[in-house]
Design a binder for this molecule. Sequence first.
Ligand SMILES: Cc1cc2nc3c(=O)[nH]c(=O)nc-3n(C[C@H](O)[C@H](O)[C@H](O)COP(=O)(O)OP(=O)(O)OC[C@H]3O[C@@H](n4cnc5c(N)ncnc54)[C@H](O)[C@@H]3O)c2cc1C
Length: 283
Amino acid sequence: MKVLEDADLRGFSTMRLAARGAVVYEPESVEELRSLARQLAADGTACHWVGAGSNVVFGERVETPVVSLMRVDGGVENLGGGRFRAGCSVRVQRLIRDAQKAGFGGIEYLFSLPASVGGCIVMNAGRGRGPSIADVLEEVELLDWKTGAIRREPVDKAAFGHRVSPYQSNGCVVLSAVLRLAEQAPEVTEQRIRERLETSRKHLDAGLPSCGSVFHRGNRWLFQAFRLLHPRSGGLAYSGKTSNWIGNRGAGTLTDFKRLVGKMQSAHRAIRQACELEIRVFE
Ligand SMILES: Cc1cc2nc3c(=O)[nH]c(=O)nc-3n(C[C@H](O)[C@H](O)[C@H](O)COP(=O)(O)OP(=O)(O)OC[C@H]3O[C@@H](n4cnc5c(N)ncnc54)[C@H](O)[C@@H]3O)c2cc1C
């Protein structure tokens, strides 16, 4: 297992805020992850789990250990009949391409996410308020961080919501999952991938490092107003192209991020409406 001390955390978050971590662990198998869990749990040490980091920002100095899950399980297995087992570290693009080769699909709306399968499941990633990965999930394999026990669970779709999954608060790492995809000709999958990338190019501000939508709940007129007013703090700014989106011009920090988030939250408070952060803040 690779252990990085006083690590530059920019490579572990797609928003690339200036951040350093006291220690980053990069376990390279389920067994390594499991023994790390036992070791940290025995010491009573908390940690932050990170997938591809497309929904995570870090504080300037993070003392809590960071555990990267991107080398734990990178396997995709075709179980037949449209069922695929994917490890938590697999990039969604790889899963979609492997399924395409086998004549299955239906989750091409995830192709534009710089994300891992594990992170998509935990965040119940999807397209707007429409379809999400929970629709195709059959079973998950979980590692209980405190006990080190590994178990498989059938998926209860009723327990998912908009960017909400039961795995956000159960103290478990999602190790892998079985997904049931629909039969789909490879050309159709190709077309859907192209459409998804085209829509992203047109509507999403991919020009600067970001973590996609900042809030998963809020007032869309306020989101629009912030897009037009384009407020800035240090190296960060609300996008002038995509509402509910913050981009990093290179020198952004968590202090800048919190200032911009605070402005949006104050604006919501003024009209007595709720807004909820989608991006996870690790300090
Ligand atoms: C350009 C861009 C476009 C985006 N577009 C969309 C979109 O269209 N739809 C959408 O839903 N999201 C979108 N996102 C947000 C993001 O891609 C998703 O939230 C994605 O699911 C995060 O996956 P990840 O692997 O990066 O997880 P991370 O950001 O690394 O982690 C997210 C959370 O999940 C936890 N976690 C990660 N992996 C595991 C695991 N295996 N077990 C337990 N906990 C884990 C982390 O602790 C953290 O709390 C976008 C982001 C960007 C940068």
